[in-house]
Design a binder for this molecule. Structure first.
Ligand code: SF4
Ligand code: SF4
Length: 433
């Protein structure tokens, strides 16, 4: 029997079952926010070549131990107290959070139970590379209703191209074994696939592998975009000289490329989305959730998007490191975007500080005119600001590197999204069956 049916974890719930297509917009305009917590900082048992978080120990505040008890307690109390809503979603990330062991998460559950008032419910999700998941872990995750995000980049050759151990060993077999164990134990999991220069060229191989051979309920695709020098130079601190037009010179693999070789080419990203969308639309609506497609569907239905990158402002998803430092966003984990520390201030005060509000509205305020005139503005809003490092065709700075691919996808999916949006509007609950 699930521990959730027993006290003491009465306020920590299994996540609600997913309907067929969910159009659940992200929260806007109220005192709700999300925080991604990194209890081990950037510590990881793998050394994925494209990991944007490697090297953060040096950049942020040096080598540090895992979180101490008072900081964990303060974080959990602040996060529950600071959120107005009745549901509070904890996201545990790394580095690799399973390095902390099951007992750490038992302590988390106890603290959540201690600080959660009767009118609120707590949910937990864990993002993992999967290599440490075994029977005990899966049993614990199932019993306590964790949603698991499993990093998996596609079939063996594509996954092992970048996702390797510190000794250079492949990890595919261990991750697939973890997926099987999660399924056997009934743990709800999503796959997180980093779309990079290699797997972007094989969209159907990646999508069919994930859906037919792994079978998560949701697939998340995250484009891999890293400007050269990202280890030291924070987004929006690029020099004017480095900001090129989105020409071939900005593409990965060219001698003067703006981005690392493993970054996805914008055109490849567009093709990837179009081909996967066709397959999903044809066969899989209602069977698999795909984060970017359902988010676009929400905006086509006149609702706010489901993913932050297509929202008109940022700022409501902060990142908290194991020493209690809070950053504007996981993708802005640089000293310039440090908001403060929960040891000195309540978390919600940092999230709603003037510095963070300025950061949040910067997404819209800094849009180039080219985006303001774009037919897909309300679906895109210039995507994530961290990727806005090329010039528009008329020379303005601040265009998103992925723009050509995004535009292509929006145009490609437009008619079918319109039809689906009409069907959704005709239903009472905003869901397609
Ligand atoms: S900076 Fe990017 S990832 Fe962070 S909240 Fe804004 S859109 Fe989302
Ligand atoms: S598709 Fe391109 S031009 Fe249009 S809003 Fe997005 S980034 Fe801007």
């Amino acid at each position: 029997m699930s521990m959730l049916n027993d006290t003491p974890y009465k306020n920590i719930k299994n996540r609600p079952a997913h309907p067929s297509v969910r159009v659940v917009p992200i929260n806007k305009g109220n005192r709700q926010f999300s925080a991604m917590f990194k209890p081990v900082g950037s510590r990881c048992n793998l050394a994925c070549s494209y990991c944007y978080y490697q090297g953060k120990e040096r950049l942020l505040s040096g080598e540090r131990d895992a979180i101490d008890d008072p900081t964990l307690e303060k974080y959990i109390r602040d996060y529950i107290d600071g959120n107005d809503g009745s549901e509070v979603f904890f996201e545990w990330q790394g580095g690799e959070p399973t390095l902390l062991g099951i007992d750490f998460f038992r302590k988390v559950l106890q603290l959540q139970q201690q600080f959660c008032p009767p009118h609120k419910q707590v949910f937990n999700s864990l993002q993992t590379n999967g290599t440490l998941l075994d029977e005990r872990w899966c049993s614990f995750l199932a019993d306590n209703g964790f949603l698991v995000g499993l990093s998996l980049d596609g079939p063996r050759e594509l996954h092992d191209a970048y996702r390797i151990t510190k000794g250079g060993e492949p990890t595919f077999d261990r991750v697939v074994a973890a997926a099987r164990l999660l399924k056997q134990h009934g743990v709800e999991f999503t796959t997180l696939t980093v779309v990079n220069n290699l797997n972007a060229k094989q969209p159907l191989e990646v999508y069919r592998f994930l859906t037919r051979e792994i079978g998560p309920r949701m697939l998340q695709f995250i484009p891999c975009v890293e400007p050269r020098g990202f280890e030291d130079v924070a987004p929006w601190r690029w020099t004017e000289n480095n900001v090129l037009t989105g020409s071939s010179a900005a593409r990965p693999g060219t001698p003067d490329s703006l981005v690392t070789d493993w970054s996805v080419d914008p055109d490849d990203f567009g093709s990837f989305l179009c081909e996967v969308f066709d397959e999903w639309h044809h066969f899989d609506i209602g069977r698999y959730h795909v984060n970017l497609f359902e988010s676009s569907l929400a905006t086509w239905a006149g609702l706010p998007p489901q993913v932050c990158v297509f929202n008109d402002f940022c700022g409501k998803s902060v990142m908290v490191e194991q020493d209690g430092s809070v950053y504007s966003c996981d993708h802005f984990a640089y000293p310039e975007y440090r908001l403060g520390n929960i040891k000195n201030k309540p978390l919600a005060d940092l999230v709603f500080s003037s510095q963070q509000v300025g950061f949040g509205f910067g997404k819209l305020d800094n849009l180039p005119e080219y985006c303001r005139q774009c037919s897909y503005l309300s679906a895109c809003y210039g995507e994530c600001p961290r990727n806005r490092f090329v010039r528009t065709p008329d020379g303005e700075t601040g265009l998103n590197y992925l723009c050509p691919g995004l535009k292509r996808f929006f145009a490609h999916a437009d008619e079918r999204l319109k039809v689906l949006a009409q069907e959704i509007s005709a239903t009472k609950n905003g869901q397609l069956q």
